[in-house]
Design a protein around this ligand. Structure first.
Ligand code: MN
Length: 488
């Protein structure tokens, strides 16, 4: 890595871009490279390599994500204003307003002046604001961070731990929330060994043997299933063994769950078989064929096609018992679903004309966070609420008219009411879930249809409501309504 040749890396970038944009005009990319090259000339990274290698790697990552040309150019230029004499104004003159705005967005994310918890909060606030201005800024930041994590070994230990922790606790959950599994996985796995070195060592000791055994067995299952599907007339686009060795940190988190209690044999999806078929109908047919072949484990069939995860993830999952009682997980999806799972919001930049077509729901979520972070001045409060909000699993419930509302797990009808409107929240006196009257502090489940009963005479939230809500939005609105009533 230390002796990478900039020219060679740049040619690799041009090659990737040439494949993605066969008729694209790459002259601006060439100019941006020369510009960045000259600006960073003489600067070295801690690893000893020329500085330009880092922006090149950032741009390469973005090119592989199929981002558009202005994003690639901004990736090449992203450290120029911060580390050299060149200003944003110079970048605007040379590369136009769009690129200048992207680079300015990344520059604003850098140079945090706080420490500890204040720094953490400040970091999150800036990320949300940047995302709401232009989601591409955050994707460039992810690419930048992934390259920094790859060269983390050259930094002093305190810095390693700080950068890795920040990546694990802030960047990865946001990538997950945006549905970009590929980035989330890389951020987590690159950070894991720095943040939890002991546990990382432990996993590396226990995993490979178990994994090899299971992999050998799955090779056989794979052949059998492929044959069976082809015999049944299914066109198989792809069938592959998908290992959690690529997602060590998510495996680690599973191992820590109380019902697993660090017992690797209780992780059923240590390796899964992933089947990609042309159409949605093929997905369901494949599921039927599998269940005909092997007995499904009760409660483990998940239809994320009919009910996608809030971040957009779609697939069918099932866990079955194979011949000798071995337990195997299958994931069945179409090619489009696969792209979406790997690239999430970034998948929508594949087509230039489709700029407006990005996942509206993800963006709405970001807008809400921005609005809300402006209201909450107290950093500690902000962090506690936000941790509950993004850093946990989400459910999705329906309004009586069929609109989907995305909430954290364990949300209550009160969360739902405030999500719809603050006046609905303040006037809420009861709730019907799936046509049954329920108490306001009951926990909602995915798929619930929720109807809020309001009373116009009610003007104020209940005193105990703060303890019965999960979302930061509801907390903020309840607090402000209670504060107002105190002042009266
Ligand atoms: Mn950088």
């Amino acid at each position: 890595m230390i002796n990478q040749d900039p020219q060679q890396e740049f040619e690799k970038l041009l090659k990737t871009l040439g494949e993605k944009y066969p008729d694209g005009d790459l002259d601006m990319v060439k100019l941006a490279y020369e510009f960045a090259y000259n600006a960073h000339l003489g600067q070295k990274r801690r690893s000893g390599s020329d500085y330009i290698i880092h922006p090149l790697a950032t741009a390469q990552f973005l090119a592989e994500l199929k981002m558009d040309i202005p994003t690639i150019i901004a990736g090449l230029l992203h450290d120029v204003p911060e580390d050299t004499a060149v200003t944003i104004e110079d970048i605007k003159k040379n590369f136009g307003k769009e690129v200048a705005i992207l680079v300015a967005g990344i520059t604003k994310l850098g140079a945090l002046k706080y420490r500890g918890i204040e720094r953490y909060a400040e970091n999150l606030r800036r990320m949300f604001v940047a995302m709401s201005n232009d989601i591409r800024v955050i994707l460039i930041k992810f690419a930048d961070r992934i390259n920094n994590l790859k060269t983390l070994e050259f930094l002093p230990p305190e810095k390693q731990i700080r950068i890795a922790t920040e990546s694990l606790e802030i960047y990865a959950p946001i990538a997950d929330r945006l549905g970009i599994g590929k980035i989330k996985g890389e951020l987590e796995d690159l950070s894991f060994k720095y943040v939890y070195p002991e546990d990382y060592k432990w996993i590396m000791e226990i995993l490979p043997k178990k994994y090899k055994e299971k992999e050998r067995y799955l090779e056989k299952v794979k052949k059998r299933v492929a044959r069976k599907l082809l015999d049944s007339g299914i066109t198989l686009s792809h069938i592959s063994i998908h290992g959690r060795t690529k997602h060590l940190y998510s495996l680690y988190k599973k191992l820590l769950k109380p019902q697993v209690d660090r017992d690797l044999s209780k992780i059923y999806d240590l390796i899964a078989l992933r089947i990609i078929v042309p159409t949605v109908a093929d997905c369901y047919s494949t599921l039927g064929i599998l269940h005909n072949l092997y007995r499904p484990m009760p409660g483990r069939v998940k239809d994320y096609i009919a009910q996608p995860k809030p971040n957009g993830y779609q697939s069918l999952h099932t866990t079955v018992f194979t011949e000798n009682g071995e337990i195997v997980e299958f994931q069945i999806r179409t090619n489009e679903m696969h792209e979406e799972a790997e690239f999430g919001i970034a998948a929508h930049w594949n087509y230039k004309e489709n700029k407006g077509g990005i996942n509206k729901r993800s963006l709405k979520w970001i807008e809400e966070l921005v609005k809300w972070q402006k209201q909450t001045q107290d950093n500690e409060q902000f962090l506690n609420d936000i941790k509950l909000d993004i850093f946990q699993n989400r459910i999705f419930v329906f309004t009586p008219t069929g609109d989907v509302i995305d909430l954290p797990e364990e949300s209550t009808p009160i969360d739902f009411a405030y999500h719809v409107h603050s006046s609905i929240g303040n006037q809420c006196v009861g709730a019907r879930v799936n046509d049954n009257l329920v108490s306001l502090n009951s926990k909602l489940k995915s798929g619930d249809i929720v109807e809020i009963i309001t009373d116009k005479n009610r003007k104020m939230p209940g005193m105990d409501w703060l303890e019965n809500v999960k979302t930061s939005m509801a907390k903020g609105k309840i607090r402000s309504a209670l504060n107002k009533s105190k002042k009266l």
